[in-house]
Ligand binder design. Structure first.
Ligand code: GLU
Length: 448
């Protein structure tokens, strides 16, 4: 059997970390199994779907490094859904209902008052032809529900293990709206059948849907695929992340926080698994180790600080070639490879490199941060700056001369030099920075 999976976002909002985790896990499984991955855009809800978000979803997934073997849009497949709906109506598996949203809300409230689950009472099944004709004459249009079989529904979930529902405990899902547009449930099942999806991977908020979907597969004459429901993320404090997801979109993490996609994939692939979270520069090591059996059922905590720490560890090892394009896009195209090598171990976010670059190139002085004695000391050191070539050998030609001339060594020597040259007490190796600053600038900063 060739594995076939799909990731099925609705273009009603930007992708957030929760979506990204589902997409990543789905994709890793496909790649691990040598299978195919379909990107399916669930855009049957014409009122809420936005075309610009389709492009944004594509860009966000590409940023993560996830590629797709096939693509589909539900809005291209409406005729196929209609044909399946007609067939299920003819077979009596879909039935027309006339309750208004207000009436349905009232029914749910009454059930809640009696502490009963919000299961539709199937009142519409009792309507006679005459009743329906009267309702239609009043101007009501039917929506359609899928009639569930009140039988046990069981599957072996790849994450949750054995799962069991009783059809009688579930509400018949609405599959066609008043305006005739098919809704998610049936469209999803038809697509999964037609694209021969072997494994449906999605968030655990879909577990009850899956029970209904299994009966829909059977009604459509198809064998249900395997299912894997991954736990939803919580925030660092353990609260459901759903409230904060708007601020944790991939766009925010990339554009506002300037984080690396590799940091996010390293974290999301291993969060809530038995495997250690490590900073991986790419996806290959994550593919290699992927196994649904490693995903715990408990709710994993997504911690932005952990992501930032991973981000720093990834940046510290990234070679210049990997960031050159992004630096150019950010207007930092003049930063030379040697500078990147000198400062990368001091970066937390890519944008920090611009701060260091600006600091070394700008016309600024820091001597006012030094004590009067230290100011005299750095001025004395300036007098011993070696001549050209101004390169990595400068340091070794300069520092011994400074030691001899001033008698200073260790911290008393290096701290004032670093402060005068960079304005900071810590940072990249001075030996390398010095070679990347102009001689005149170094002299100015020491003698101001
Ligand atoms: N569009 C659905 C969602 O975003 C897809 C769920 C599924 O994977 O079936 O929740």
């Amino acid at each position: 059997m060739t594995v076939a999976v799909r990731f099925a976002p609705s273009p009603t909002g930007r992708l957030h970390v929760g979506n990204a985790r589902t997409a990543l896990i789905t994709w890793l499984f496909a790649r691990r199994q040598g299978g195919t991955a379909l990107l399916r855009i669930d855009d049957t809800d014409a009122g809420r779907s936005r075309e610009d978000l389709v492009g944004a979803i594509d860009a966000d997934l590409a940023w993560l490094g996830l590629d797709w073997d096939r693509r589909a849009r539900q809005s291209d497949r409406l005729d196929l859904y209609r044909a399946a709906v007609d067939r299920l109506v003819a077979e009596g598996r879909l039935y027309p209902c006339y309750e208004t949203p207000d009436e349905l809300a009232l029914m749910r409230r009454l059930l809640a008052q009696r502490r009963l689950p919000p299961i539709y009472d199937r009142g519409a099944l009792a309507l006679s032809d005459a009743d329906r004709a009267r309702l239609e004459a009043e101007g009501r249009r039917p929506h359609w529900r899928f009639r569930l079989d009140p039988a046990p529904i069981e599957w072996h979930d790849l994450v949750r293990g054995p799962v069991r529902f009783d059809g009688a405990d579930l509400s018949d899902p609405v599959v066609v709206r008043e305006d005739g547009r098919p809704l998610y449930h049936l469209c999803s099942v038809i697509d999964d059948r037609d694209f021969a999806i072997t494994h449906v991977v999605r968030g655990e908020d879909h577990v009850a849907n899956t029970a209904a979907h299994i009966q829909m597969f059977q009604a459509l004459g198809a064998a249900p695929p395997a299912f894997a429901h991954v736990p939803l993320l919580a925030d660092a404090g353990g609260a459901p992340l759903s409230k904060r997801l708007g601020s944790l979109t991939l766009a925010v993490l990339r554009d506002e926080r300037g984080l690396e996609a590799a940091a996010l994939t390293s974290l999301l692939a291993r969060l809530g698994t038995a495997d250690p979270i490590e900073p991986f520069d790419g996806l290959d090591p994550l593919i290699e180790g992927f196994d649904f059996a490693h995903i715990a059922r408990s709710t994993p905590r997504f911690d932005l600080e952990e992501l930032e720490r991973l981000n720093a560890r990834i940046l510290h090892r990234v070679p210049f070639e990997r960031v050159a394009g992004r630096l150019a896009v950010r207007g930092q195209g003049d930063i030379p490879p040697a500078f990147w090598d000198a400062v990368r171990e001091n970066l937390t976010r890519l944008d920090d490199v611009a701060d260091w670059w600006g600091m070394t190139q700008a016309d600024i002085r820091f001597t006012d941060r030094l004590s009067p004695e230290d100011r005299d000391f750095v001025a004395a050191a300036a007098a011993h700056l070696p001549d050209d070539p101004w390169d990595e050998t400068v340091w070794d030609r300069w520092i011994p001369a400074v030691k001899t001339a001033t008698g200073r060594r260790g911290r008393a020597l290096f701290r004032p030099l670093r402060l005068a040259l960079t304005g900071r007490e810590d940072g990249p190796e001075l030996r390398r920075l010095l070679a990347l600053m102009a001689r005149a600038r170094v002299r100015d900063r020491l003698t101001a």
